[in-house]
Design a protein around this ligand. Structure first.
Ligand SMILES: Nc1nc2c(ncn2[C@@H]2O[C@H](COP(=O)(O)OP(=O)(O)OP(=O)(O)O)[C@@H](O)[C@H]2O)c(=O)[nH]1
Ligand SMILES: [Zn+2]
Length: 216
């Protein structure tokens, strides 16, 4: 797809973002037209000063909310552990959280959002703590389901670090259940993924929840 950048029409940063997402300016204009038609049909007067740019703003917001598709977890840098060849008798956990995340449910394209807690037991490598947050966001900022994000975080951390174990816990509110459908606004969806030592040790799982002040 070619990018024919019209700077009168588009800010420079937007053009770069579109290029990264393989979306052309022409496509964006077409999408804006579709969105204007949909918003009008739903009842919006799209000719007021407040709403005339709403289709464009909405599309930009959707680009932002789905920028996880651009992320590559394999680029995350690791460091050698201070205790190489991590001994099984030293199953000390690194636990990060709450890591706030926002995602879009792939069934309704409505947001779901909440907090993730990620733990691991190092082997030969560790990573910078901020990378755990980056990892969560790479998988959350897509159209997805909570179960998949949970498993993807666990799998990619396993692949990056080859640790002795990985624990992932997510809790979220799903607007598709709160704003529509069953209209259950207080229910929280909880998902877990356990890998390695966490799979076999109830004690490690309890320690993970105790450290994060969560109830198992
Ligand atoms: N497993 C799972 N389901 C989800 C997630 N987010 C939304 N859903 C569910 O996806 C389902 C889609 O079901 P459908 O019956 O096809 O859609 P629907 O008629 O809009 O369903 P209702 O929400 O029950 O009105 C719903 O039950 C949602 O609650 C998620 O992260 N994981
Ligand atoms: Zn949904």
């Amino acid at each position: 797809m070619t990018l024919n950048i019209d700077l009168d029409d588009l800010e420079f940063e937007d053009a770069i973002e579109l290029k990264q997402r393989h979306i052309s300016v022409e496509q964006m204009r077409t999408f804006e037209g579709y969105m204007a038609e949909i918003f009008e049909a739903l009842g919006m007067n799209s000719h007021t000063p407040g709403t005339e740019d709403t289709p464009k703003r909405f599309l930009k917001a959707m680009l932002d909310a789905t920028e996880g598709y651009d992320g590559d977890p394999n680029l995350i840098k690791v460091f050698p552990s201070e205790h190489p060849n991590g001994s099984k008798s030293h199953l000390s956990q690194v636990i990060e959280g709450p890591i706030h995340f926002f995602s879009l449910c792939e069934h309704h394209a409505f947001p779901f959002f909440g907090q993730a807690y990620v733990g691991y037991i190092a082997n030969e490598h560790i990573l910078g703590l901020s990378k755990l947050t980056r990892l969560v966001r790479v998988f959350a900022k897509r159209f997805s389901v909570q179960e998949r994000i949970t498993q993807q975080i666990a799998s990619s951390l396993e692949a990056i670090l080859q640790p002795q174990g990985v624990a992932v816990y997510l809790e979220a509110n799903h607007l598709c259940m709160a704003m529509r459908g069953v209209r259950e606004s207080s229910a929280i969806t909880r998902t877990t993924a356990w890998r390695g030592e966490y799979e076999v040790s109830a004690e490690l799982r309890s320690e993970f929840f105790a450290t994060t002040n969560l109830r198992p």
